[in-house]
Every structure is written in C-alpha cells, then in structure tokens.
Design a protein around this ligand. Structure first.
Ligand code: ARG
Length: 454
C-alpha cells in the first residue's frame, strides 16, 4: 500500500491525506502573514519564560526566528510562498521553511503550542483585518448613497407600502434610508470584531501545557483586547467567531439585497424612476433590445449564498463534541467565502449607485391622486375634523381625489427624518467616525505586525 510522509505522520494513505488536507493549501495562503505574526509572538514569549532550568529558546534565537518569519511574510507578499500537500497547512509549511533555514531552532518554535490554538489565532487576526476593510467598504457604499440622495435632493418619489403607492416621499429619503440601513450594519460587524479580538493562544490543544506560558504576554504582543481565559473554552471558541461573523455578513447581505431589489424594480420600464448605465447592464443572446440588471440580480443570489454559509457554519458546529475536531477546519473556507462575497458586493453596489441616474419626470408622473389621500385627510384635521372622521370622509370619496403637485406635497414634510428633515451632517459624522475608528485599529494591527516581524 502506498503511503505519504508529512511532518506529523510518516505513513498516510494519499487519498486520506488529500481528503483531510482539503483546500487548506490554497485557503491558508490568506493566513500566512497572520501565522507568522502569531509564531513571532509565541516564540518571543517562549524566550521570556521564567522559572525554567534551560530556556526553550534564547532571546537571540527568538530574534533570529522573528527575522526569518519576516522573510516568509515578504515571500508571501510576493506570491512566492506555497503550501505543499505534505505540509498539510500553513502552520507546517512555515515550520518547514524555518527548519530549512534555521535547523534545530526551527524545530523548537512549536514548543508548548498546538495547531489548534495556532490556527485559531491566525483566523482571528485575519478576521480583524478583514472586518476593518469591510467596515471601510460599508462606509464607502453609505457615502455613495448619501451623495446620490443629496444630488437628487427633493425630487419627489412615490413612497410605497405593500409595493402599492402610499405617500409622497423623495429620492433623497429613499437613498439615505438605504444608507442608514447599511451603516447600522456596522453594529453587527463590530460585535463580530469584538469576538474575534480575543486571544486563544497558549491554550495549546485545548488543555494547556506543563510550561509556564505567559498568555497575557502574547495577548499584548498581538494586540488582542484580552485572553480567552479557559483553555478548553478557547478551543471551543473556534468556529463560534466564524459563525458570528457569518451572521453579521448574512444580515448585511440581506440589507444589500433589498437595496438591489429596489434598484431593479425602480429601473424597470414600468417604473423608470432610475436608469442603470448601459455599461452596467448585460444583454441577451436572442433579444437584441435587452439591457438587463444581472449585476443586481446576482446581489440577491449572493445574499442567499451568504445566508447558506452561515447556516453551514452553525450546522457544522451545533452537534460537535467539545474540544478540537477536524470539522472545524471546514469553517475556514466558509467565513473566507462569506467575506469575499460580501466585500465584493459592497464595492460593486457602490459603483452601481454612483452610476445610477434619476428620471425626475418619471418620478413625478407616478404620483396618482391616491398618493395624496392621507394629506387631504390631514388638511381636514387642520380644520378641526377628528382624524377618524376625516379618514372615512376621504375613503368614502376616493373618486373625488385630485391630482396635486408632488413637489409641494414633499415641501411641507419637515419633521426629523422625513422629506425635508433629513440631516446629512448626521450621516457624514457617522461615516467619518466609523472610518476613523477602523483606521486607528488597522494602524495598531500593522504596528504590532511590524514590531513582531522585524
Ligand atoms: N488545518 C487545521 C485546521 O484548520 C489545523 C489544525 C489541525 N489540528 C489537528 N489536531 N489535526 O483545523
């Protein structure tokens, strides 16, 4: 029987190896930098460990390892770092490279550590970086929606409920309403960030090790907000933060999908409020007249897929016994795919919103007399009729409603958050604060990375 050799096993059936390795050699490339950062922190901490007769690694050796790790990161940044199947994953590939370069010193870096806490650290650092980038993209889309709304100003738009014409509204209210929904999703991303910002390192395989590890030290070096105290708990947390992130992404995608759906609907010829630029539409192989909003239809389908990824993550977790199980490896591809889809969608939608054109005449032409019915009843109230009587009076004489001037109808709606009561400074301030907060954290992450890998 043919077998293969890896760092951890001298005899593995090649088919079994391929199945268990799965997509790690590709997926783990995204973790290379973070794996090196985690290892640099671990080795630094090992070199500072007190109470040992003989240090596991000396401070000079730790410095050598950190330099070599810096070179691995440089290799990865040039696209020249590869993970072989017999490495199994990024962790073993890095250990192999360090051992090739540093000999026995390379073989010491894994002392007091397991791939279980190692991968959990990598994933968390990667997530933090990605969530911050996604938050920037959320802000960019919200800013684009606000700008679109601000340019359209008080162009009247029929407000709809049940898709039926309801009340006078504006294009600005539509656009900034979506912007606010998108911005509110930052709260979910932040919740996922907070969970990712915990350090599992030092939990080893999930039960600690008989060495005086200083877990607070790696928490500080890596810039985590705190250590996950219980080692078993730290191993159980793998997968949970991936699922939490996917939940935030699924919810964000649902918001984006509704935005896409509105744009599809309002750019239909039957509505024609909006027009998508020709170059954003795709044609048909048989119908020469077609300019379809495929890009927005795919946003809907991607939203469904991210929800599927969240479901996959929770399904994978819910019946899994405590402690590390290899099932967890499959969480990695799920959250990475979720991030990729969501971030691409945010960028594409910002582009679509930027190109979206409004047809003010079509917007105004859609105001049927019924859209003013509530306003007519309210005018009766102003003259002293109790609301319910005014309501019945209008409802009983719907045929007598006149068409009115939509611009005048929106111009008198002024309270907070309605047509003329929209506060752009509020959105600007929220967007600026979110950018600033993400930027500060990204700088800190970069600074920690540079400090550890020099
Ligand atoms: N590639 C593995 C994963 O993502 C690394 C951890 C392997 N641990 C183990 N005990 N086999 O889960």
């Amino acid at each position: 029987m043919k077998t293969k050799k890896t760092i951890t096993d001298s005899t593995v059936d090649p088919d079994i190896l391929a199945y268990t390795v799965g997509d790690d050699p590709v997926l783990d490339l995204a973790l290379a930098k973070w794996d090196c950062m985690g290892t640099a922190a671990h080795v630094t901490m090992l070199s500072e460990m007190k109470g040992l007769k003989r240090p596991v690694v000396t401070k000079q050796e730790a410095a050598k390892v950190r330099k070599a790790l810096g070179r691995v990161v440089a290799l990865a940044e040039k696209g020249k770092f590869t993970i072989r199947e017999d490495d199994q994953d990024v962790h073993m590939a890095v250990e192999r490279l360090l051992t090739e370069e540093l000999g026995d010193l390379g073989k010491k870096i894994h002392t007091g550590r397991s791939r279980n806490d190692q991968v959990a650290v990598d994933v968390r650092l990667h997530m933090k970086d990605e969530i911050l980038a996604a938050e920037d993209e959320v802000c960019a889309l919200a800013a684009e929606l606000c700008y679109f709304g601000w340019c359209a100003g008080a162009i009247p738009l029929v407000g709809r409920t049940h898709l039926q014409p309801a009340m006078p509204s504006t294009v600005e209210m539509w656009a900034t309403g979506h912007a606010e929904m998108v911005l509110d999703q930052l709260a979910n991303l932040e919740a996922a960030y907070k969970l990712a910002d915990l350090n599992p390192l030092g939990s080893a395989a999930g039960y600690g090790v008989p060495l005086p590890l200083d877990r607070a030290r790696t928490t500080k070096l890596l810039g985590f907000s705190r250590t996950i105290h219980n080692c078993f708990g730290a191993s159980m947390a793998r997968g949970e933060c991936e699922a939490a992130l996917l939940s935030a992404l699924a919810q964000l995608m649902a918001v984006l999908s509704r935005l896409a759906e509105d744009m599809i609907l309002f750019s239909m010829p039957e509505f024609a409020y909006f027009r998508l630029p020709r170059e954003y539409c795709t044609g048909s192989s048989i119908m020469p007249q077609k300019f379809n909003p495929d890009v927005l239809e795919l946003v809907r389908s991607k939203a469904a897929q991210v929800l599927g990824l969240q479901t996959a993550a929770l399904s994978l977790l819910h019946a899994m016994p405590g402690g590390y199980n290899r099932d967890l490896q499959d969480c990695k591809g799920l959250y990475m795919k979720g991030l990729d889809i969501t971030r691409t969608t945010l960028r594409i939608l910002a582009k679509v919103v930027k190109g979206l054109k409004v047809d003010p005449a079509a917007c105004r032409a859609a105001f049927t007399p019924g859209v003013f019915a509530t306003d007519v009843a309210l005018r009766k109230v102003a003259k002293g009729t109790p609301w319910r009587d005014a309501y019945h009076d209008v409802r009983d004489h719907l045929g007598q409603l006149d068409s009115e001037n939509p611009d005048a109808a929106v111009a008198i709606k002024k309270h907070e958050g309605t047509c003329l009561g929209l506060d752009h400074d509020l959105y600007r301030a929220r967007i600026a604060a979110a950018y600033k907060s993400a930027d500060a954290r990204r700088r800190e992450l970069d600074a920690n990375c540079r400090r550890l890998l020099k």
